[in-house]
Design a protein around this ligand. Sequence first.
Ligand SMILES: Nc1ncnc2c1ncn2[C@@H]1O[C@H](COP(=O)(O)OP(=O)(O)OP(=O)(O)O)[C@@H](O)[C@H]1O
Ligand SMILES: [Mg+2]
Length: 272
Amino acid sequence: MSDAPLIDIRNATIYRGETRVFENLDLTIEQHEPAAILGPNGSGKTTLLKVINRELYPVHHEGSRVRILGRETWNVWELRSHIGIVSHDIHARYQDKTNGLSVVVSGYLSSVGIHGSLASRISPLQVRRAKEIMADLGIESLQKTPLRKMSTGQQRRCLLGRALVHDPDTLILDEPTAGLDFAASFDYLARIRKLARSGKNIVLVTHLLNEIPPEIDRVILLRAGRIVADGTKDEVLTEAYLRQTYDTDIRVAKIDGYFLAYPPNPDSMAEN
Ligand SMILES: Nc1ncnc2c1ncn2[C@@H]1O[C@H](COP(=O)(O)OP(=O)(O)OP(=O)(O)O)[C@@H](O)[C@H]1O
Ligand SMILES: [Mg+2]
């Protein structure tokens, strides 16, 4: 497994309910290859992450394969120690009354919260580790605070803590800063950068070019289940590829190593 790619997808067809999201998809992401996935709403980003996370399986057919860390099949418990995930789906499954520590500790069980008999399956060592992670993330004071009394940024940090309990090699983040203000999203991104520098691989789905940190150089553009472009930021984040991906004119600027997208000036469009 050590050298196997994080994901190795060949000729895969993937459905979400009745919708065929991917057909003949080929994609490889190596284990220590940070990557960002961008694309319009509905283009298949979350679906792809669910495939990596083994929440969704491709349709079986001749000549097709989806291997995660070299294997076609995984049990979810085992996979969680390799891949941590932060997503809206997971966030939305929590009840408002669940407190911060329960959110983080629930990562050990891949459950949503710690209710009833689940509590007995958590060891004191695991609780201690969860508290340490909360301290690292600056949320130790939220151990007993219910989610409903936290800001979105605080909730999102608890979810990050949940993903970190197994100390996974890879973190998969599906729009982790959606709904956060500047301070909260910059803080979150700084934490992600720190995790990337400490050796964790990051696979990030985002709608904002400026959220792709310098540690991530590979960008994959998706449009309606197809890969429009796949390469370095400089190769992929061009006005031509973004227009092709989003069906709209997008200007791109590069400042201090970050990319920014902004709309074209309507006056200059009228002249064209
Ligand atoms: N539970 C579901 N059942 C059926 N179809 C679904 C389901 N969830 C998503 N889809 C469809 O699958 C396609 C891909 O959705 P997906 O969530 O992967 O898009 P996305 O790129 O993550 O979009 P967004 O930017 O809005 O998060 C869309 O056409 C969507 O309508
Ligand atoms: Mg999505």
